[in-house]
Design a protein around this ligand. Structure first.
Ligand SMILES: C[S@@+](CC[C@H](N)C(=O)[O-])C[C@H]1O[C@@H](n2cnc3c(N)ncnc32)[C@H](O)[C@@H]1O
Length: 223
């Protein structure tokens, strides 16, 4: 009942404020047709990421967890000319769908889609001589969040924003006895954050078409 209400309010907001264009809708359709799980961000969340990227004036963006490229398109559309987005995806099938969606959205030239395990790709990325990131969106397996966050922090400039999705998990983040790898990953991440002096962070709970969850926003305040 509540879930339906949350979805209806999301629908209302989408109609008035988000108005996804055909390219974004095509990306969702093509992902569904290819059998990808419907675990992309909602339209309101996609637009939120887009607006944060614009607020940041982000030129260098890192995304961990591409799926079919839906959030990637929202983020890439916020880039200024010459801006770059690196997105990491473990599943070659997901990456193939994403590549086509990014081409259709005409953002391929600014997106560097890398296929492999994030833990390996992040190590390789850190060894490259490249500008630091202005914005990072972490949205892959939740067990890996602490490691992905540590690499992201290492590669981000002071003032950068790091957003981590799905950190409330219907409230199961409170369960200290949980054996769920996702919950364990989020709890380890929170413990890391609590003692990490280089960032200032908050977590916001969310409801909507995707149910009850939340995200963490961490801003790099020190080196
Ligand atoms: C929640 S989906 C990403 C959704 C996407 N950000 C969006 O909103 O459109 C998570 C993705 O992370 C990928 N993934 C899971 N574990 C990974 C890992 N260790 N390294 C890289 N990608 C991983 C999955 O294959 C899946 O495509």
């Amino acid at each position: 009942m509540e879930d339906q209400l949350w979805a209806d309010v999301d629908g209302y907001v989408n109609t008035l404020l988000i108005r996804e264009d055909e390219t974004l809708l095509d990306a969702i359709r093509a992902s569904a047709q290819a059998g990808l799980p419907p675990i992309h961000v909602s339209p309101a969340q996609g637009k939120f990421l887009h607006l944060i990227a614009r607020l940041q004036g982000a030129r260098e963006v890192l995304e961990i967890g591409t799926l079919g490229g839906y959030s990637t398109i929202w983020l890439a559309r916020a880039l200024p000319p010459g801006g770059r987005l690196v997105t990491l995806e473990a599943d070659p099938r997901h990456a193939e769908v994403a590549r086509k969606n990014l081409e259709r959205a005409q953002v391929s030239s600014s997106v560097d889609l890398r296929v492999g395990l994030a833990e390996d790709l992040l190590r390789a990325l850190a060894a490259e001589r490249r500008p630091p990131f202005d914005l990072v969106f972490i949205d892959a397996d939740k067990a890996g969040i602490p490691e992905y966050f540590t690499w992201s922090l290492r590669m981000s400039r002071r003032g950068a924003a790091i957003i981590v999705d799905n950190v409330v998990r219907k409230g199961s983040v409170l369960d200290a006895a949980s054996t769920d790898p996702g919950v364990l990953g989020v709890r380890r991440f929170n413990e890391l954050l609590a003692t990490e002096r280089r960032v200032s962070a908050t977590t916001v709970q969310t409801v909507g078409a995707k149910g009850y969850d939340g995200f963490t926003l961490a801003v790099v305040v020190g080196e």
